[in-house]
Ligand binder design. Structure first.
Ligand SMILES: C[S@@+](CC[C@H](N)C(=O)[O-])C[C@H]1O[C@@H](n2cnc3c(N)ncnc32)[C@H](O)[C@@H]1O
Length: 268
């Protein structure tokens, strides 16, 4: 929106939006108002965006993008919003990946992890997959300019067979919220992200179990599986990968309450 617009951030309209967001419990009302103003192409758009945000839709769905590892990642309605804490997984992966790695972003959502790894490791060959058609469409947009390929289907099923034994980085930020804790999530997640993007079964680790069980078939000899969990879940997640014969270590970021299980194939 041009700065001369009556809806520019210096206007009374800006203050009105800030007040509205604040009144609806928004903590960072000024920052959010700025983003809503820049996402609107006309005053009527702005009103609609403010209404959606005030009704509790995640800001990223309303403006259509999220910042992740310094990139602007498109986020379509209903698709899991990439969390800033997951940048920790990306940093762990980028620090250990070989030059020009073959990357698979499994359970990719928007494809944020694949996009970030492609940006950090030039020459990366990026593949991504998700079961949710909305996520697949979104990831295709995010990875198109990076040469990434995105497949639709259950876990490894849609990946090209030729990737078997060639994957240097298997980044799998799978759903890991225990079923009984879904109700404790903020409404933004509970009401606006697909249940299948959140629910990891009774202990939150059901999807990770399936990913870990087949990881050795896909990893290159020194390839890495990286999967995010909460700090509390990390010992159980590490035990799952170890029971599958993988060599495991856990990297934890206690402040962000996030952990990453980093596992290598037995011959790695
Ligand atoms: C927690 S979200 C993470 C998305 C993305 N990796 C990120 O960090 O932003 C989990 C994703 O896994 C996908 N998913 C869940 N079960 C799956 C399955 N069995 N096969 C493929 N994708 C699955 C969901 O659709 C969702 O996009």
């Amino acid at each position: 929106m041009p700065a001369s617009s009556p809806y520019s951030p210096s206007s009374s309209a800006f203050s009105a939006v800030v007040d509205r967001l604040r009144g609806d419990g928004c903590v960072f009302a000024e920052d959010e108002a700025r983003l809503l103003f820049s996402a609107a192409s006309a005053p009527s758009d702005l009103d609609a965006l403010v209404e959606r945000r005030a009704a509790g839709e995640p800001l990223e769905h309303v403006v259509g993008w999220a910042e992740f590892c310094g990139l602007r990642i498109a986020v379509d309605p209903g698709v899991f919003v990439p969390r800033r804490r997951t940048e920790f997984l990306v940093r762990q992966a980028a620090a250990r990946a070989p030059a020009e790695p073959v990357v698979v972003d499994l359970c990719c959502g928007t494809g944020a992890l694949g996009a970030a790894l492609a940006a950090l490791r030039p020459g990366a060959e990026v593949h991504a997959a998700d079961a949710d058609p909305a996520a697949v469409a979104c990831a295709r947009r995010n990875l198109a300019g990076l040469g990434g390929r995105v497949y639709a289907g259950d876990l490894y099923d849609p990946l090209p067979r030729g990737l078997r034994g060639r994957v240097d980085v298997l980044a799998a930020n799978v759903p890991y919220v225990p079923t009984g804790e879904i109700g404790l999530l903020p409404g933004e997640a509970r009401d606006h992200e697909a249940r299948s993007a959140l629910d990891g079964g009774p202990d939150g680790l059901d999807v990770l179990r399936r990913v870990s069980a087949a990881a050795a078939d896909w990893l290159a000899p020194d390839g890495l599986l990286l999967s995010e969990t909460s700090v509390r879940q990390a010992p159980a997640a590490a035990a799952i990968a170890a029971a599958d014969g993988l060599a495991v270590r856990v990297a934890a970021d206690e402040e962000a309450d996030t952990a990453v299980v980093v596992a290598t194939a037995p011959n790695g």
